[in-house]
Every structure is written in C-alpha cells, then in structure tokens.
Ligand binder design. Structure first.
Ligand code: SAH
Length: 346
C-alpha cells in the first residue's frame, strides 16, 4: 500500500510541494481538490507534479464500493481501502442537515457484547486521510462542494474506537475542521468513545470542542462489565470525572449513549439509578433500543419500555431523547453491513 496524501495538513502539503520545486500555491490546490473527493490523477496541477505524487501516494485511498438506500432515506456505504479492506459509513437526513457516521478502524478490539463491529477483532487502524476520505467521497457522490456541503454533520460512531486510534483521529479532526477544506465546525462533530479515560482527558486539551459522547449502557460497574470489557479497566466514576474535566476545559456539555437491552439494563430501577448518577451534571442522554445483531443473543426492548424509560429520566430532570432507529432494513447498526458482506463473500 502506498502512502495516503489526504493524511497531510495544508502546511505539510506546502513543504512537500516546495521540496518538489513547485510553487507554494499548488499546495492549496491539492488540499482543496482532495477535500472535494478528487482522485490524485484528477487534480488540476501540472503533469509532472501529479506523476511525482502518484509514485508515492495512492490515487484514490477510499472508494465507494456499494451504496444501499433505506426506505427512510438513510444511505449506507461500503468503502474499499487500497489494501482491499472494507469499512462502512452511513448518511442520515435530518431537518437540520445530513449527518455522516464514519468508521475509525477496520474492525474493533473493544469486545462489546452487543456490537457487530468487534466480531472479528481489530484488523488495523485507519489513517487520518482514510477517515477523511470517507467524507470526501460521500460529499462528492451526493453533489456537495466545499462551499455547499452535502455532509453537514459528522459523527465518529461507525466501526472502531476513536480513542484507540488517537493520533490519526486527532489529525483527521484538524483537517476536517481546517479552513480552506471541508471546514466542518467542531460543534457539528460528535465523537463517541467506549470510555477510554486517559484519552478523554487528553482530548480535552486539544482545543477541538466537539460533542463528546460516551457509551455508558449500564448504571453500575458490575453490570457494565457484563457487556463492555473496557469496564474492567475504567470505572463509571472515573468516566464521570473525565467528562466533568472535559466540560471544565471546553464548556461543552457531554452526551451518554445508552442502548436499551431487554433483561439487562432497561428496567425502572435502572432508569432511577441512571437519573441519580447523572443528576445535576451538564449532560444529555441518548437512548436507543438495541439493534439486534444476528451473531449475538441480545435483544432490544419494545417501544413501550423505551418510552417509559425515557419518561422516568425526564421526570427526574435529566435531559434525554429516544433516538429513532434509522436504516435498520439496510444493516444500519455498527459493523452490521461489513459483517454481512464478509460472511456472504466467504
Ligand atoms: N467505539 C465507540 C464508537 C462506536 S459508536 C463507542 O463505543 O462509543 C456506536 C454506538 O452504538 C456506541 O454507543 C455503541 O455502544 C452503540 N452500539 C453498538 N452496537 C449497537 C447495537 N447493536 N444497537 C444499538 N447500539 C449499538
């Protein structure tokens, strides 16, 4: 596999262009072209420079291999990387814009019991430019430009644990938010972590004030350890402290993901305990009914139980919403499409 030119910042591109004996303004042309989802071979730069770059860098590191359209308008993408690995992403349409969900690793090593992304473990990390390539490719396919983006919001909630690929993810975020590129505001970006406490604290100092989201899914450490192996490493109390620190540093309230699993975390006692745990904190709770995964025998709750859970939280003064499950007819949940695709090919 050749290197990924999309990994480079505008400053790094400038240095590269100058060292190739070209004028500095070429760096901006290259950066803009790449952010628009162009292949290297399509960049409007002199032939020699293009040929020189193509010796070292991939022409198109992230290709859309297939697009699936759900009845509700959600689109699911299967991307192919230069080494043949497959990753997936989703584009969801909301009133306020279009949100793309991106993957940060091929597979995942967190081992959460309810998640399809982790079934085959982690294959490898994505580079910064590969993560960006997912967005540039979708924005282009959807007729977006740099000025009028088809992708307005980004969530790092696809396959992979973003903080298990920290350096590449931070680099990706810097290029995603950079002026002259896609220029997505940090306010329109959410990063979801299974709760890697040291990285959460470190990220608070990066000056990228995005919406920090933590997958909680349980109210006690003991229960959390049943579905999330990472709970053996960090406690809920440590997670809450790290969240408070994030708020202190960025002024941004944080979000908890809580997937409702039948017979596991969705009873009234859980709702009450969750409300007690989060009372008075500047946070929001995103409830979602677990999307059943064929390979796992965990089930989501019914709609009525989910509504009751939501009501129990809001009645206790906790800001919470129950998310609609989108694209379930096209394998919308984490890693489902890739898992299905790989098992079909085998
Ligand atoms: N590794 C990160 C990013 C994944 S984000 C994290 O754990 O936060 C995807 C979100 O969907 C996480 O909150 C994850 O716990 C949740 N999730 C995974 N599988 C799911 C399923 N089958 N149904 C509902 N939510 C699921």
């Amino acid at each position: 596999m050749k290197a990924v030119l999309q990994d480079l910042s505008l400053e790094e591109l400038s240095a590269l262009v100058l060292s190739a004996g070209e004028k500095a303004f070429r760096a901006k042309q290259i950066f803009e072209g790449l952010m628009q989802g162009k292949k290297l071979s399509e960049l409007p730069i002199p032939y020699d420079l293009r040929a020189h770059l193509l010796e070292t860098y991939e022409d198109e590191p992230v290709k859309i291999k297939e697009t699936f359209l759900s009845k509700d308008g959600t689109k699911k993408y299967l991307f192919e990387l230069s080494d043949g690995n497959l990753i997936e992403g989703v584009l969801m349409h909301y009133d306020y814009g279009n949100t793309q969900c991106v993957s940060t690793q091929v597979g995942c090593r967190m081992g959460c019991k309810f998640c399809a992304s982790t079934l085959g473990g982690r294959v490898r990390d994505l580079t910064a430019g590969e993560i960006l390539g997912e967005i540039a490719a979708v924005n282009r396919q959807e007729w977006g430009t740099l000025k009028e983006r088809a992708v307005t919001n980004v969530v790092l909630m696809g396959s992979g644990e973003p903080f298990d690929n920290y350096a590449n993810v931070v680099k990706f975020l810097r290029n995603l938010t950079a002026e002259g590129g896609l220029h997505v505001s940090a306010r329109n970006i959410s990063l979801s972590t299974s709760g890697l406490v040291p990285e959460m604290r470190r990220f608070a100092g990066e000056n990228i004030p995005l919406n920090l989201t933590v997958s909680l899914h349980a109210v006690t450490d003991e229960e959390r350890r049943r579905t999330m192996p990472i709970a053996n490493k960090y406690t809920i109390a440590e997670i809450l402290d790290a969240c408070a620190y994030y708020f202190e540093k960025t002024g941004r309230r944080y979000i908890f993901e809580y997937s409702l699993i039948e017979g596991e975390n969705a009873d009234m006692v859980h709702a009450e305990a969750l409300a007690t745990l989060l009372k008075g904190r500047p946070c929001h709770v995103n409830l979602i009914r677990l999307n059943p995964v064929r390979e796992r025998n965990l089930k989501g709750t019914d709609e009525r139980t989910a509504q009751a859970f939501l009501k129990a939280l809001t009645a206790r003064g906790i800001s919470a919403t129950l998310r609609r499950s989108m694209g379930s007819d096209i394998g919308g949940a984490c890693g489902q499409l890739r898992a299905k695709y790989i098992s079909k090919e085998e």
